[in-house]
Design a protein around this ligand. Sequence first.
Ligand SMILES: Cc1cc2nc3c(=O)[nH]c(=O)nc-3n(C[C@H](O)[C@H](O)[C@H](O)COP(=O)(O)OP(=O)(O)OC[C@H]3O[C@@H](n4cnc5c(N)ncnc54)[C@H](O)[C@@H]3O)c2cc1C
Length: 298
Amino acid sequence: MYVPDIELHEARSVNDAAELLTRYAPDVKLLAGGTDLLVDLKTGRIATKHLVSIRNVREMRGVSMEGDVLRIGARTTITELSRSSIVRNRFAPLLDATRDMAAQQIRNVATVGGNLASAVSCADLPPILIVMRASVVLVSPNGQRTVPLEEFFAGVRRTVATNTEILTEILVPIPPERSGAAYARFALRDGNAIAVASVAAGIRFDEYGLIADARVVLGAVAPNPVMVDAAAETLRGSPPTDDAYERAAVAATKAARPISDIRGSAEFRCELIGVLTKRALTTARERAGGLESERTGE
Ligand SMILES: Cc1cc2nc3c(=O)[nH]c(=O)nc-3n(C[C@H](O)[C@H](O)[C@H](O)COP(=O)(O)OP(=O)(O)OC[C@H]3O[C@@H](n4cnc5c(N)ncnc54)[C@H](O)[C@@H]3O)c2cc1C
């Protein structure tokens, strides 16, 4: 399989990329790591006459803290994200998603922005980033806007970004005190296998050790990540017990709308959602750390 005749344009800056996208719209695509896009071009699922590469746009690369917010340049690779000491020390739940993603060779070139912008249902970063209340910055020649990630996805492989908007960075607020988050996925083998189903969960406790707030987001069981408000609702005000997690798992299973395919049946995916919800909640709770009620033995 060959990539068809396409003109490649190398952008040097975000402005440069935005200008090139506008000049060649609508017959143009942004190229980051190419791990999704090149496959789609070779198989003919997508056709375009122009590609704008952001490989050399340095301002879109890197991980940094600015005040209380983690800034991830969209051109940052999955490997760079997972090796960032800031992420390792303060945003460790993101590593649940990067650890099992694809294989090392893919992680070395695949980008964080590409993982979101491709809007593939089984992508690993969207669920945990939504749980962590991330938002994305979209830039075009008309200006800039910030969109909460939970509002970014708009159907099968679609986002709310127009084809002249560039996702330049991902913003993740520092998790609040007494909170924890986790991502659990199931795949058919350890390496280079996409998720059959996945769940990200986050919980925040009040000073009495009760769940003050929760988020449960499902992956790979609908065209876009599914935020399960009913699961959060069942958890709020409860102590972190197996019963509470079971109720959340039932609510999550009801919210899943999976398809059957070669990786698993819809029924199997629903089973998985229940198990993964409990697993993610258990890990999130462990990560929330020692709660006052436990320290005092009350
Ligand atoms: C063998 C293999 C295994 C894989 N396994 C996994 C896996 O386990 N988990 C997983 O989540 N993914 C997996 N993937 C998918 C892929 O690697 C990721 O989704 C990757 O993060 C995509 O990033 P990229 O930089 O390669 O995007 P590209 O392929 O360059 O782009 C993907 C799409 O996003 C758009 N885009 C890219 N960057 C931007 C931006 N900054 N602004 C606006 N639009 C943009 C492009 O125009 C294109 O439409 C796998 C892929 C392969 C080939």
